[in-house]
Ligand binder design. Structure first.
Ligand code: PEP
Ligand code: MN
Length: 346
């Protein structure tokens, strides 16, 4: 249920409403917007239906949330969420998160070289996988904790927040020690235990859309994280499977404005995994920003032919810099900012 408060509702009345909701065994969640203050209540439908919520002083109306995802919906929170990923970098609400780096962390030297180049080009979040979800068990599986240490170290030296994938609930504690943002990969979008586990942390989560997941499935997965109390969720469109086989996946760009209609969470677009083809990435990155995405996620490697994972789709540092030049112009046109990580900030 959403309780819409009257514009002149006092703090005492809000407190009283919250106390009464708690007394019913339910949990109120206050959302103070620019226009209106709302109280979201999620709980047993029966208790909610019978509770006289509309009779409390200060209440204008009570509306059911009809969507299956509640905390993720704009009914619950009309304003865009802005996720703070550290070092002054915000994603959402007009602020673009530019995630870049290699698919996998391979060594300190390689990550540093790529990291320096993408930082220089304007990226504000460094990526790199230490646990890689590979289709073949014989492919490189990632450097594990050693890779996480390198990522943290390089991110610290460059002054960039870092994002890395966590694949299993048992890895959450470990990855939490080194990363600024958890990445939940496409293959784990419906690993509900993993979603609940990261939901119990206070660390931002970048949740990638599963390759066979509908928009509704993605939002329900986000709901798992939000339901545990972690509100810092960034969605990521990375392409879905279809009959089309000339690109690695099919980039569903329409999902960006589609999701934004009903959900307040920021959404970034990953044209690297979506197309799998470097020559298509610049156009799709521009289309993403023009279409209202809150950022772009691009894989970059200084020597794609030697990359241990996803080399064929990596952009070279120069190509990335060129893409970023275009994205900066678009950001200006659409009155968005690409925040620079604050030097010295944590
Ligand atoms: C990745 O980001 O390297 C990755 C494995 O992405 P996805 O989960 O979207 O396939
Ligand atoms: Mn990859």
């Amino acid at each position: 249920m959403i309780i819409v408060l009257k514009p002149d509702c006092t703090d005492e009345q809000i407190e009283h409403i919250e106390e009464q909701i708690v007394a019913l065994g339910l949990k109120p969640e206050l959302s103070r917007g620019v226009q209106r203050t709302l109280v979201g209540v999620i709980g047993e439908e029966d208790v909610l239906r019978n509770a006289p919520l509309g009779a409390f002083p200060g209440v204008e109306k009570v509306m059911p949330i009809l969507k299956p995802y509640k905390r993720a919906s704009r009914d619950f929170q009309p304003e865009d969420s802005v996720v703070d990923v550290g070092r002054g970098v915000r994603v959402g609400g007009g602020s673009l998160g530019m995630v870049a780096g290699p698919c996998a962390i391979e060594s300190r030297e390689v990550l540093m070289e790529i990291g320096e180049s993408v930082r220089q080009a304007g990226a504000n979040i460094l990526r790199g996988g230490a646990f890689k979800p590979r289709t073949s068990p014989y492919s490189f599986q990632g450097m594990g904790e050693e890779g996480l240490k390198i990522l943290q170290d390089v991110g610290g030296e460059l002054g960039m927040p870092v994002v890395t994938e966590v694949m299993d609930p048992r890895q959450v504690e470990l990855v939490d020690r080194y990363a600024d943002v958890f990445q939940i990969g496409a293959r784990n979008m419906q690993n509900f235990n993993l979603l609940s586990e990261v939901g119990q942390t206070t660390r931002p989560v970048m949740l990638k859309r599963g390759m066979s997941a509908t928009v509704g499935d993605l939002l329900m997965s986000a709901e798992y994280i939000l339901a545990q109390g972690n509100k810092q969720v960034i969605l990521c469109e990375r392409g879905i499977r279809s009959f089309e086989d000339s690109t690695r996946n099919v980039l569903d760009l329409a999902m960006v404005p589609n999701v934004k209609q009903t959900c307040h969470l920021p959404i970034i677009v990953d044209p690297s995994h979506a197309t799998g083809r470097p020559e298509l990435i610049p156009a799709m990155a521009r289309a993403a920003v023009a279409g209202g995405a809150d950022g772009v996620h691009i894989e970059v490697h200084n020597c794609p032919e030697q990359a241990l994972s996803d080399g064929p789709q990596a952009l070279l540092p120069d190509q990335y810099a060129e893409v970023m030049g275009g994205l900066r112009q678009l950001a200006e046109l659409f009155e968005k900012v690409i925040p620079e990580p604050a030097v010295g900030a944590e």
